[in-house]
Design a protein around this ligand. Structure first.
Ligand SMILES: [Zn+2]
Length: 195
């Protein structure tokens, strides 16, 4: 999510923003063609994954809060290191209460609402390449696919966003589905009481 509202009208015009902003690409648009990445970035992520991310996930002597804090710190370090390769300094903050992770171009700050690598890469893409959603989605999703192939397979598309299946289930549980589930339960109850 790119904070367009911070741009002046003139800047928005120069970026030719669509009227129906935010104009996110579809999953098909994102995956249909490749996105190129610097070899050094891919190497860096593989190293980070092995040396920092996996050991952190395996740690047993910390509680969930501490783990989340350490994950945010680890992801921030990775994002800052990648930005340094492009010589574009970035700030990363943890914003646990906000609806979505975001990038604020005015302060060059990425706000993460959860320790998600794919979201952090998406916001980093905005910092590096600007507000173009297709570019940001492609760059981050393909980089994630190349560096976390197993985790990528396990994610599900929710609109233009890749999320974990448990979250997808919650989000897909529309009011209608909930009603149907309740009806099902009611029927089960009725059958049981008949017996
Ligand atoms: Zn975005």
């Amino acid at each position: 999510m790119y904070l367009y509202k911070l741009l002046t009208e003139k800047e928005q015009e120069s970026l030719k923003l669509p009227d129906n902003y935010p104009n996110y690409p579809t999953a098909e648009e994102i995956i249909k063609s490749e996105s190129k990445h610097k070899t050094i970035i891919i190497k860096m992520i593989f190293g980070w994954k092995k040396e920092i991310w996996y050991p952190l996930r395996k740690k047993t002597d910390i509680d969930d809060n501490k783990r989340e804090e350490l994950k945010i710190k680890a992801i921030s370090d990775l994002i800052i290191s990648i930005a340094n390769i492009y010589k574009k300094e970035v700030n990363v903050t943890f914003e646990p209460g906000v609806f979505s992770s975001f990038y604020n171009p005015e302060t060059q700050t990425i706000g993460l609402n959860k320790p998600s690598i794919v979201s952090a890469l998406h916001e980093l893409a905005h910092h590096l390449f600007g507000p173009d959603e297709i570019k940001a989605c492609k760059w981050s999703v393909h980089l994630f696919r190349k560096t976390f192939p197993k985790a990528y397979q396990e994610l599900q598309w929710y609109g233009h966003v890749l999320i974990k299946p448990d979250l997808a289930m919650v989000k897909n549980l529309t009011p209608k589905l909930k009603e149907e589930k309740q009806e099902e339960k009611q029927k089960e109850k009725e059958i049981k009481t008949k017996k």
